[in-house]
Ligand binder design. Structure first.
Ligand SMILES: [Zn+2]
Length: 134
């Protein structure tokens, strides 16, 4: 099962925001609706891309680069949610729709969305839109 990196980073960052430092396969499995074994593979793969470390029997821990990339992924998702909201989409649908396209959206569009929705600080669900370059 393939889960794109932006989605993995976003879910892991959400755990981090909630105070969970090490994200385990169970957390990821619950939030993505994928089997635990598959979730573990995804977390190991994420560590292999240099965005953190995989602590055996525990889970994934962000490094600085990983956190930076995760903030970018989260910013992208939440700006897309703002767009969906403006288009009249209901909140839950906005999140699902943003998740569908977040992997393919380019930086040019993100910049335009940021110009349009800043200085807004939160997405339609009230979560913080990270302040991060890129
Ligand atoms: Zn949101």
């Amino acid at each position: 099962m393939f889960v794109n990196v932006d989605t993995l980073l976003r879910v892991a960052y959400r755990a981090f925001e909630e105070g969970v430092q090490i994200i385990g396969p169970t957390y990821l499995s619950l939030h993505l609706g994928i089997p635990k074994s598959s979730a573990q593979n995804q977390l190991i793969r994420l560590a292999e891309t240099g965005l953190g470390v995989y602590v055996p029997k525990k889970g994934f821990l962000f490094n600085e680069k990983g956190l930076h990339e995760a903030k970018k992924a989260v910013k992208k998702h939440r700006l897309l949610e703002c767009l969906m909201e403006e288009l009249g989409m209901e909140r839950g649908d906005a999140c699902r729709e943003a998740a569908r396209i977040e992997a393919v959206v380019g930086e040019g569009l993100i910049r335009l969305l940021e110009d349009r929705y800043r200085p807004r600080r939160v997405c339609p669900c009230g979560k913080e839109i990270p302040e991060v370059e890129g």
